[in-house]
Design a protein around this ligand. Structure first.
Ligand SMILES: [Zn+2]
Length: 322
């Protein structure tokens, strides 16, 4: 059975075009193998627990991370393409939404559109059974990586898979508030691998807690491909605090993140937005920042995860420009 799928995975129908795709991806479109690697990760992490794959944010984010490992900076892979086209490879079946007629052959270019037409996809039962077994999963993963990517990229893709799994564990660990502000470096190591796990794990936890909403301005936007507007920002920077506890974090949109780090915005003792006096005298700053002044920030539902006043106090005292 494993051999059957090793063979199927080596014959994925992908776009082959020497002008479009470089030797790094063996002159083929990398979408399908990258989407399958992302699915394997979600199964390993326990995010997919039954034979049903949804075109959701987690999958889009994992796909984007793999994409960035193999494709040039600035290019964007669209996960809806492989999610749709894998149906022609014999082991991936799309599940249409009841009552919705999808016109076959019509290209679907976003997860938003995908969700309008399909509930998701399921795998052959035999393949699903194999993927539940870590050893078989690793064999299939290795087969995809060695078949579709040049040797210099193979190590990077394997490493990304390990980082994804450990980042999930790290993110889960951050939710265990009882640990307080312990030294998170010890938990993942202080090397390059540990840094990636920490960054990704912290981001996962914060984005989830704030449900993609900027704590300061309240904006919540996801592109049709599933890219979120928010960053996971440290209140007291990691480089000084070594504190990855979620109460030392907030989800912030790019503008608020920059304004917060530059001391143009902060958060008060009653969780109100503070806007620096500098913004008030500079007419080049976007006016909407001023309208946020004194408004309550958006906080996670559970009080245990609200930003800590200790960290915010540090920010008010050391970063906010008076
Ligand atoms: Zn914002």
């Amino acid at each position: 059975m494993l051999n059957r799928y090793l063979s199927a995975f080596s014959k994925l129908r992908t776009d082959k075009n020497r002008n479009r795709w470089t030797a790094e991806t063996c002159h083929r479109a990398p979408h399908k193998p990258l989407l399958l690697l992302s699915v394997f990760d979600l199964i390993a992490e326990g995010a997919i627990v039954r034979n049903f794959i949804e075109p959701d944010f987690e999958l889009a984010e994992s796909f984007a991370r793999y994409w960035s490992q193999v494709m040039p900076v600035g290019t964007r892979g669209i996960p809806a393409y492989p999610f749709f086209h894998l149906h022609s490879d014999g082991f991936w079946e799309l599940v249409p939404k009841p009552g919705v007629e999808a016109s076959p052959g019509k290209v679907i270019s976003s997860f938003t559109r995908m969700r309008e037409l399909y509930l998701g996809a399921c795998l052959d039962d035999e393949l699903w059974g194999l993927l539940a077994d870590p050893e078989a999963r690793e064999r299939l993963r290795a087969a995809l990586i060695s078949k579709y990517f040049a040797p210099e990229l193979q190590g990077r893709l394997s490493e990304q898979g390990r980082v994804n799994l450990e980042a999930k564990e790290y993110g889960d660990l951050l939710f265990k508030v009882a640990e307080g502000t312990s030294d998170y470096r010890k938990k993942v190591g202080d090397n390059e691998h540990g840094r990636k796990v920490r960054d990704q794990g912290f981001r996962r936890a914060i984005v989830q807690l704030y449900d993609h909403r900027c704590a300061l301005c309240g904006v919540r936007m996801l592109t049709p491909e599933g890219h979120t507007v928010v960053d996971a920002a440290h209140i007291h920077p990691w480089s000084e605090s070594f504190n990855d506890h979620p109460t030392n974090g907030m989800a912030l949109c790019r503008l608020c993140h920059w304004s917060f780090d530059e001391g143009l915005m902060s958060v008060g003792k009653k969780y109100e937005v503070l806007v620096s006096a500098q913004v008030k005298v500079q007419n080049n700053f976007p006016g909407h920042i001023l309208t946020l002044s004194d408004r309550g920030i958006f906080r996670p539902e559970a009080e245990d995860f609200w930003p800590s006043q200790e960290c915010l106090g540090w920010h008010r005292g050391r970063v906010l420009r008076r």
